[in-house]
Design a protein around this ligand. Structure first.
Ligand SMILES: Cc1cc2nc3c(=O)[nH]c(=O)nc-3n(C[C@H](O)[C@H](O)[C@H](O)COP(=O)(O)OP(=O)(O)OC[C@H]3O[C@@H](n4cnc5c(N)ncnc54)[C@H](O)[C@@H]3O)c2cc1C
Length: 523
């Protein structure tokens, strides 16, 4: 069972179904092997190359223990972005990701199962596992013979994710193993409750989409309970295929994922962490931490103080910070919704000392639901538009803009200044530095900087986007590219106004915090 962005026990359809089968004694299998693969195209995995297993590289040199991981040969191309050639996953997300996977492993172990964590390509790992259990085939002379009843995997919308799915079908088909694809249920409104017969029918504006949902508070299905027990792992589990060797501690995973980033820094003059600056995102990845945070924002009253993220000053702390957990599926939107319902109706004691408890839906809780619906909508846009999500001309097919490309020194320098948070615009630089140093910046900050890059600098917006992808802890394919298209004016429902962000007192504080500037320097 290859796990994708569903790193949780609660509200997990596959685990719920398995547990039900088990409790009714109807499981057609005795063992279950959950496998998580850190995908080579999304995150750099050369930090796990093992000198012990590498013999000669393509030029015939012996690769040995004294060589750094980046000098050894990986069978996969580097995980770099298409236009800007930045590493796709930076250190903040790499750490949060490793923590989330590790937390999921511990949760599975606590109910009698476990998790094999691997690096590479999902279909390569699957092929290796099937060979192992078909004993003696492929690399596995020491394999053990057992029957594989099937492969279960959850569907995702992204183009590359769909390709992975097709590859899983291809490999399993060749080996004569059945594949079952499950619906992705980490969103607010279930696909089965939407009125669209085909992706073409999905409306082109969020307001139209919202109308078709009706009462948002009543729309989500119930979250599924966590499984009590799962079948054990097979008695023997195939190791990570060569030339990689994977660690067996969380520290080892974080080290392996961050090593290539340290060895090849992207920003030549990286901004230093200013003394006294406070990160808005200091959280730990994983389901347990997500639930604890959700409870905290309810009991502290943050959910009632939730503000429209598109308005107000930069750096203000009036939002949920749930995005990174939602993106990896440590938590589902309908779980958030259920916690909000319990608070609004006073069903549990959580938040009982907070304003708004047991007083029904309020502006803040309604606002959070609307934002979660935006997330649903952008995912449906990915379904509708496929690879247009990543195109310069966007969903709209906008061909009239004259984008500047990084094929001359002037634009190259502008891009470099952007990466280093050194554009000369104090507000833009503060947001860029906060994002680079902490992995997070508010929606307002993202919006202002994305529009600055696309509209004010007029540079191919995908380069700015790819830099954000490297920095952000909460990168999520649809939420990310959909928002960037919107900011660049090439999405459906585009916004073309360049936001004016005035240097008010609160902004000044924010800028000073992240740029360590004296206030007189930008007056
Ligand atoms: C250029 C740009 C890039 C972005 N990239 C991402 C991304 O990679 N991943 C991501 O989850 N969001 C992205 N967003 C949307 C939004 O900025 C973040 O979801 C939000 O800032 C995360 O902080 P939060 O969890 O405190 O959100 P809150 O403001 O508390 O909102 C609650 C939840 O609603 C969802 N949400 C909120 N705003 C949006 C939105 N505009 N679009 C889609 N979902 C939304 C998120 O899941 C978020 O966790 C991007 C926005 C812009 C303008």
């Amino acid at each position: 069972m290859p796990i994708r962005r569903e790193l949780r026990l609660t509200d997990n359809p596959i685990l719920h179904h398995t547990s039900e089968l088990l409790s009714k004694d109807r499981a057609p299998f005795t063992h279950l092997l959950p496998v998580y693969v850190f995908p080579a195209r999304q995150v750099e995995i050369c930090g796990f190359l093992s000198s012990e297993v590498v013999g000669k590289n393509q030029t015939g040199d012996i690769t040995g223990a004294s060589k750094s991981s980046t000098e050894l040969e990986s069978p996969y191309p580097p995980a770099r972005s298409v236009v800007g050639q930045f590493p796709r996953c930076g250190p903040h997300r790499a750490k949060f990701w490793a923590e989330s996977v590790w937390d999921f492993k511990s949760s599975l172990e606590s109910i009698g199962s476990g998790l094999a964590i691997r690096v590479g390509r999902i279909d390569d790992i699957l092929e290796d596992i099937i060979n192992y259990y078909k004993a003696g085939k492929g690399n596995h002379a020491a394999g053990v013979k057992c029957e594989i009843v099937g492969v279960w995997i959850t569907a995702e919308e992204g183009v590359a994710e769909k390709t992975d799915e097709r590859n899983v079908f291809r490999v399993a088909g060749i080996k004569g193993v059945n594949v079952r694809v499950w619906k992705d249920e980490k969103f607010l409104v279930d696909d089965r409750d939407l009125p669209y017969m085909t992706p073409k029918a999905i409306p082109d504006t969020f307001s139209e989409f919202k109308k078709t949902i009706g009462s948002l508070r009543d729309a989500p299905r119930k979250a599924l309970p966590p499984p009590d027990m799962l079948p054990p792992l097979p008695t023997r589990v195939p190791p990570q295929p060569e030339p990689f060797k994977v660690p067996d501690t969380l520290g080892g995973w974080i080290l392996g994922l961050s090593k290539p980033l340290k060895e090849n820094p992207v920003a030549m003059i990286a901004p230093e962490y200013p003394t006294g600056a406070k990160s808005q995102h200091t959280y730990h990845g994983g389901e347990a931490y997500a639930l604890e945070h959700l409870e905290n924002i309810i009991s502290s009253g943050t959910v009632c103080a939730f503000r429209d993220p598109r308005a107000g000053p930069l750096g203000e702390d009036h939002n949920t910070k749930l995005a990174a957990w939602l993106a990896l599926g440590c938590l589902t939107a309908r779980q958030v919704h259920e916690y909000l319902i319990a608070f609004e109706e006073g069903k549990t004691q959580l938040g009982q000392c907070s304003k708004g408890y047991a007083e029904g839906e309020n502006k803040g809780t309604a606002g959070i639901r609307t934002e979660l619906l935006w997330r649903d909508y952008l995912r449906l846009c990915t379904r509708k538009y496929g690879c247009k999500l990543f195109r310069l001309e966007g969903f709209k097919g906008e061909l009239n803009f004259q984008w500047k490309h990084a094929d001359n020194e002037k634009v190259k320098q502008q891009v470099q200044n952007f990466i280093e948070g050194n554009t000369g615009n104090p507000i833009i630089d503060a947001v860029l530095r906060e994002m680079y140093l902490t992995g997070y910046t508010s929606d307002r900050g993202r919006d202002v900087v994305a529009k600055y890059f696309a509209k004010q600098l007029g540079i191919d917006w995908r380069i700015g986007a790819e830099w954000f992808e490297y920095c952000l802890v909460d990168y999520d394919v649809s939420g990310f590219w959909g928002n960037w298209q919107y900011c660049a004016g090439v999405g459906n429902d585009p916004s073309w106004e360049v936001p004016s962000v005035k240097m008010e007192e609160v902004q000044e504080k924010y800028v000073r915090q992240w740029t360590a500037m004296e206030s007189k320097e930008y007056h």
